[in-house]
Design a protein around this ligand. Structure first.
Ligand code: ADP
Ligand code: ADP
Length: 229
């Protein structure tokens, strides 16, 4: 599903260069549930941005769901993001003036899906995440856990094969965090490939595979039940 070949990233700010990612080879199979851990500044967000086609690597090749994305231009990358990837963020990234329902329909609006079909799909997903009673609320009328469930519903609208989540439980209490992880597990069981970043071992434990990053390098690659460094 995700194949990175010698992917690296150097940020250039004038004279200053930061090697955020050392050349990295990584393969994530369809249907895997991967957690990425590592200290601050270890390159986790850089890697997620590359996997999510939000940022372009300095070197290397990236194959996503059978497509060589390192050859694509901005417009083509936007299409790949919309069709193939659902994003969930730590700070939810919901539009405050829009209702829960409107927030969930947005990606479908960009994709040109008609109003009736958008609303039907959004309602189905909001029911799926347990928020059918909150469709007309605004995000600030919801708890953190509920806001993240809206974001997850939004991430599922396009039936993307991959869900990327950057610290999805970083702003949540323990109980809400585990509810969100339970939801991720269900989504994973339905066949979605999930890659999430977390610094909490309790959260990473829910994944089948844990990648540990340090200093722009993958230090460890551990699968449940076995260790493959
Ligand atoms: P993490 O997500 O693990 O905290 P990042 O991927 O954000 O790590 O950062 C990796 C390294 O790249 C850090 O040294 C960080 O300071 C640097 N970095 C990240 N983004 C930029 C940027 N836009 N410009 C310059 N340096 C950056
Ligand atoms: P949690 O215990 O999950 O963090 P909260 O205590 O934040 O939840 O909220 C409990 C309930 O109150 C939720 O169902 C939420 O929808 C509702 N709620 C929270 N904040 C507001 C608000 N500002 N306006 C209206 N309803 C709210």
């Amino acid at each position: 599903m995700i194949t990175l070949r010698d992917i690296s990233k150097v940020y250039k700010n004038g004279e200053l260069e930061v090697q955020a990612l050392q050349p990295l080879n990584l393969k994530v199979e369809r249907g895997e549930f991967v957690a990425i851990m590592g200290s601050s500044g270890s390159g986790k967000s850089t890697l997620m941005n590359i996997i999510g086609c939000l940022d372009i690597p300095t070197s290397g090749e990236y194959e996503l769901d059978g497509e060589e994305v390192h050859t694509l231009d901005e417009e083509q990358l936007a299409r790949v993001r919309n069709q193939k990837i659902g994003f969930v963020f730590q700070s939810f990234n919901l539009l405050g003036r829009q209702t829960v329902l409107q927030n969930v329909t947005l990606p479908m609006m960009y994709a040109g899906i008609g109003r009736e079909q958008r609303n039907e799909r959004a309602l189905e997903l909001l029911k799926r995440v347990g928020l059918e009673g909150r469709v007309k609320h605004r995000p600030n009328e919801l708890s953190g856990g509920q806001r993240q469930r809206v974001a997850i519903a939004r991430a599922l609208t396009m039936n993307a094969p991959i869900l990327l989540a950057d610290e999805p439980t970083g702003n949540l209490d323990t109980k809400s965090s585990h509810e969100i992880m339970h939801l991720f597990k269900e989504i994973h069981q339905e066949g979605t490939t999930i890659v999430l970043v977390t610094h909490e071992p309790d959260i990473a434990e829910h994944a089948d595979r844990i990648l540990l990053f340090g200093d722009g390098q993958m230090l460890k690659d551990t699968r449940k039940g076995s260790v493959t460094t």
